[in-house]
Structure formats: C-alpha cells, structure tokens
Design a protein around this ligand. Structure first.
Ligand code: C2E
Ligand code: CA
Ligand code: CA
Ligand code: CA
Length: 276
C-alpha cells in the first residue's frame, strides 16, 4: 500500500485526525462568524416565584453557520475558549445584550437585569472591568440592569484574583450570579467572600427533584443556604409544574426553564416582558 502513499492517507482519515480536521474547520469558520453576523443571541426569561412576573432575561448565544446549520454553544464555546476567540465573541455578547436591554427599556418595558454568561478566560483577561464599564457607558445601560453569570468552578480556580475583579464589578453596581451551583466545590465560607447577589442551582439537580429524594434534598439545602446568606436563588431547568410547585414551597426566589419559556429571539421575548 506504500507505493501510492495510501498508508499515509489512511492515517489522515483515522478517527483522531478527522476529529482534528473538523475542529480546524470549525475554528476557521468561527473566526469569520463574528464578522459575517452568524452569531445571534436568544433570550430566556427568569420568573419571580411569588408574583409569576418576569424579573430577568438570560442571553444565550447561537451560531447559525451557513455550512453546518445551527450550532449549540456547548459545541463551540469550548473551542472558542481554547483558541482565545472567546475574548472578541464574549465582548460582542456583552455589548449586544446591553444594547438589547437598553432598547427594551426605551420601548417602555419594565426594566429587568439582563444576564450574560462570562467565560473564565474573559474574567482573567486584563482590562475586563474596563471592558464592562465601557460597554455600559456606550450603551447607556444602568449597571444594575446587567448581571454577570460566572460558574462556580471559575470563581474557585483563581480565588484571589477573581474576588478582586468581582469586587470591582460589584462596586460599580453590576450584579453577579454564580452559575451551575452545586457542580463545583464552593463552601459556604467561600460564598461569603464573593460579592455575589444570586445563586443559580444547576439544572441537573432540578431535573429529577420531583422523583429523586437526593436531588430534592440538595435543592432544598441550597435554597435554605442562599436564604440565610440573604442571596436570591434561581432554579434552572424547570420543565414541569410539579417542579415549580416544590420550588415555590421551598421559597426559591426565581425560576427559569422550558416550563416558562425556551430561549427565543429578541422580538418574541417582548411578548413576555411587562410594560412599565
Ligand atoms: P447555562 O449558562 O447553564 O445556560 C442554561 C442552558 O440550559 C441553556 O443551554 C438553556 O437553553 C438550557 N435550558 C434552559 N431551560 C432548560 C430546561 O428547562 N431544560 C433543559 N434541559 N435545558 C434548559 P444552551 O443555550 O445550549 O447553553 C449551554 C451553555 O453554553 C450555557 O449553560 C453556558 O454555559 C454556555 N453559553 C451560552 N451562551 C453563552 C455565552 O454567550 N457566553 C459563554 N461564555 N457561554 C455561553
Ligand atoms: Ca448561565
Ligand atoms: Ca447554568
Ligand atoms: Ca453552564
């Protein structure tokens, strides 16, 4: 097989290599996606458990690739993080979300914070606080109507540095939420030192809470911990009325999930927003 180089070809088309090629293609396409306006934001409502009113909206990125169709953030955010593309993409998300929220407020909808997911790479990037401040100034959005969601593992990794950055942001009036709570290793003591305003319970605990006693116990414990720290708490991944009922009974502050609304485009989100 050697004479026509077939063995080399075979190596190239081995599983590992075709994975690498796919990734390389994806990376190159991602570089152009931002310029070509292939990235869009969807929005998912966050609901107050007491009043049933929308009290926030989370921005979730989507990539509409002409070659590959709709690509989930779970498939491209990790590559964006590895290649550093998450910095320009993340800055675009922040600006787009702030612009959209400002538009809604100007249209007369009741102002609510817009939540934006922040990658660890962004938080570690020098000048991140300045980036956020500049975007708020440029879009003329009040800092209290922006909430940054950071994952629990990220806050833990580089504790000292993260705390300082989060403190600076907190001082400017921006809200900070711990995302995917329960999947990392934060302790109560740790949370006390972070200038956070909200805890989001990871959807893996919420999913089975109506028939898995262990998960129900974890959810209950997180809610009571949040309440005693005087933090608001959001349950994510609420899909059923039964889950909503339990969460309400346990005094969970907010809920988010397909039961209330899927992530949808900006215009459709307006049907859920209240008039001020
Ligand atoms: P996340 O921040 O935990 O976002 C919640 C995810 O749960 C979203 O997935 C949302 O569509 C999904 N979800 C909401 N309600 C339900 C429900 O009731 N049931 C189920 N099964 N799922 C529900 P999505 O949009 O695919 O995003 C996945 C992850 O990608 C996000 O998880 C976040 O970590 C990341 N991500 C999304 N947008 C951005 C972004 O702009 N920047 C960064 N750095 N990460 C992002
Ligand atoms: Ca989130
Ligand atoms: Ca989450
Ligand atoms: Ca997540």
């Amino acid at each position: 097989a050697k004479e026509n180089g077939k063995s080399q070809m075979e190596m190239y088309t081995s599983d590992v290599d075709s994975q690498t090629t796919k990734r390389f293609l994806l990376e190159n396409r991602m570089r152009k996606a931002l310029d070509n306006k292939e990235l869009i934001l969807n929005y998912q409502t966050i609901v107050d458990m007491k009043t049933n009113e929308v009290t926030g909206v989370e921005a979730l990125i989507r990539w509409n690739s002409p070659e590959q169709g709709l690509i989930s953030p779970l498939d491209f955010i990790p590559i964006a993080e590895e290649t550093g593309l998450i910095i320009p993409i993340g800055t675009w998300v922040l600006k787009e979300a702030c612009l959209q929220n400002k538009k809604w407020i100007d249209k007369g909808f009741k102002p609510v914070p817009i939540s934006v997911n922040i990658s660890p790479k962004q938080l570690e990037q020098e000048g991140f606080v300045q980036t956020v401040t500049t975007i708020l100034e440029e879009t003329d959005l009040s800092p209290s109507f922006l909430c940054l969601e950071i994952t629990e593992s990220m806050a833990i990794k580089n504790v000292k540095n993260s705390i300082n950055i989060l403190r600076e942001l907190g001082k400017s009036g921006v809200q900070i939420a711990i995302d995917d709570f329960g999947t990392g290793y934060s302790s109560l003591a740790m949370l006390k030192h972070l200038p956070i305003t909200n805890i989001k319970i990871d959807k893996s605990f919420v999913r089975d809470m109506d028939d898995d006693m262990d998960n129900a116990a974890i959810v209950r414990a997180i809610i009571s911990m949040a309440n005693s720290l005087e933090l608001t708490v959001t349950a994510e991944g609420v899909e059923k009325a039964a889950q909503r009922d339990i969460l309400k009974e346990e005094n969970c502050t907010y809920a988010q999930g397909f039961y209330f609304s899927r992530p949808i485009v900006a215009e459709k989100t307006e049907h859920y927003l209240l008039r001020s």
